[in-house]
Design a protein around this ligand. Structure first.
Ligand code: JHZ
Ligand code: ZN
Length: 433
């Protein structure tokens, strides 16, 4: 099996000319948490993003074999309560708006531990598809039939012959991960009924550029999509983007509703206009983004160095995949962070890829009471700050690295009870040395 290759052509338009945007350097796959005994076997691969000169799609320069990354996968949807709630809301929407009879089929590509489908499995036929056998096992235990496979056109034909057409195909946080997106979209088109809906969420490149969420760049994410780039591909296959929503998950994602029929809504036109206004089709916007990342790196490293010099104890909070881009690129290791807490059982007791910081269960925080927690799962900041108010009352301060480096502490004049719906800014106090 060839582990890694450099891309020669753009996967969206087949263009051959690129601008280099950001070079992260070498790092291991972001979800390859490892045991101490495996440190010397760890493999790193180059990581950098480029912009296609022709279609302006932001993409990785290199592709790691998907088998290497996804067959044994440690990311579990169920470990993040806000994410589960988000998918449960989507499951409700699908059941209420699209499922008409218990014989209708809802398929999920990249179904992970089955968190979404388990919510609608009693209302229609469901089928999960995911190459990670460990995650599929959990899904099956939860009553979600799951095929341990990579989805492609060939598999879509097999499913169609055995189960008939799908009323809904849902795919969240996987369309950035697939090199041959044309083949996958073609498979979706074939498998979807004429009035069926293809509903998928991807992290939005507008958020990456605007909010500086550069840590979304890692080997799993081959593309950083805009609605423009997705629409060109879907239209070229005879599909229509019927509707779109910006959803506040992973920073900001776009949820696309596409189909084999119908027209495009006003929201589609508005988001396309907004992408043009934001400069998402303009090379300069991407070059400015890489400067912003460098400045963020300087600020965070300076802050952490100062806190360490002052004798403060700092830990990491959350060990998301994106956190490993930040830690590796900013060169933050165990000399800065004593450990990182994470709710995912399969990450606990292991070490972060590349930087080798121990991941432990969050219970340790109450006993240990560090001074600062670097919030690597910044996308759930509001929920986490609310959840950890006892710790914050005891003096733990959170450092939020994205989009701007900020320290968040409780303001004395704010009663803790009123924090349920606060936004980060309402209690944030920036102390940048
Ligand atoms: P989270 C994943 O990336 C992986 P990650 C994937 N490649 C992808 O495309 C993106 O999503 C979009 C922990 N946690 O969801 C659980 C706590 O410890 O931001 C998770 O390990 N305490 C498919 O990994 C991590 O943080 C908490 O209270 O960047 C969050 O990972 C909460 C809420 C989470 O995705
Ligand atoms: Zn292109």
């Amino acid at each position: 099996m060839k582990k890694f290759k450099l891309k020669k052509r753009c996967g969206m338009c087949s263009g051959k000319d690129f601008f280099e945007i950001l070079n992260i350097g070498e790092m291991p796959p972001a979800n390859a948490f490892l045991e101490k005994k495996d440190f010397d076997k760890e493999e790193s691969f180059p990581l950098g993003v480029q912009l296609c000169k022709n279609c302006k799609s932001l993409q990785l320069r290199q592709v790691i074999s998907p088998k290497l990354i996804f067959q044994d996968y440690c990311y579990a949807t169920r470990a993040s309560k806000p994410l589960v709630e988000h998918f449960h809301r989507l499951a409700e929407e699908i059941a209420n708006n699209y499922v008409q009879s218990s014989n209708d089929l809802v398929i999920e590509i990249g179904s992970n531990d089955g968190a979404l489908l388990s919510k609608i499995k009693d209302r229609c036929r469901v089928l999960g598809i995911d190459p990670a056998s460990n995650m599929a096992k959990t899904a099956i235990q939860e009553g979600v039939p799951t095929l341990v496979e990579f989805f492609d056109t060939k598999l879509s034909e097999k499913i169609k012959s055995e189960m008939k057409e799908a009323r809904v195909i849902v795919a969240n946080n996987v369309m950035a991960h697939i090199e041959d997106l044309r083949d996958v979209f073609s498979g979706v088109k074939k498998l979807l009924s004429p009035e069926g809906k293809f509903i998928f969420e991807v992290h939005w490149v507008g958020n990456l550029l605007n909010e500086g969420g550069f840590d979304q760049i890692y080997h799993e994410h081959l593309y950083y999509h805009s609605l423009h780039s997705l629409q060109v591909l879907l239209n070229s296959l005879g599909m229509t983007v019927n509707d779109v929503k910006l959803v506040p998950i992973h920073g900001e994602s776009i949820r696309v509703y596409a189909g084999n029929s119908g027209t495009s809504s006003e929201a589609v036109r508005k988001l396309l206009d907004c992408e043009i206004e934001m400069g998402l089709l303009d090379t300069k916007t991407y070059q400015n983004f890489s400067k912003k990342v460098e400045s963020n790196k300087g600020k965070l490293n300076k802050l952490l160095a100062k806190l360490k010099k002052d004798g403060k104890k700092i830990v990491g909070y959350g060990a998301p995949a994106k956190g490993n881009t930040l830690l590796n690129y900013f060169k933050i290791g165990p000399e800065i962070l004593d450990y990182i807490t994470d709710t995912t059982p399969s990450k606990q007791g292991k070490y972060t890829p590349g930087t080798h910081i121990l991941v432990v269960s969050p219970e340790i925080l109450l006993k240990d009471l560090p001074d600062y927690a670097l919030l690597l799962s910044w996308n759930y900041a509001d929920a986490i700050l609310e959840k950890e108010k006892e710790l914050r009352k005891k003096g733990l301060k959170f450092i939020i690295p994205v989009p701007e480096v900020r320290i968040v502490e409780l303001c004395n004049d704010k009663p803790f009870e009123n924090l349920a719906n606060f936004s980060i800014n309402s209690v944030a106090k920036a102390i940048i040395p």
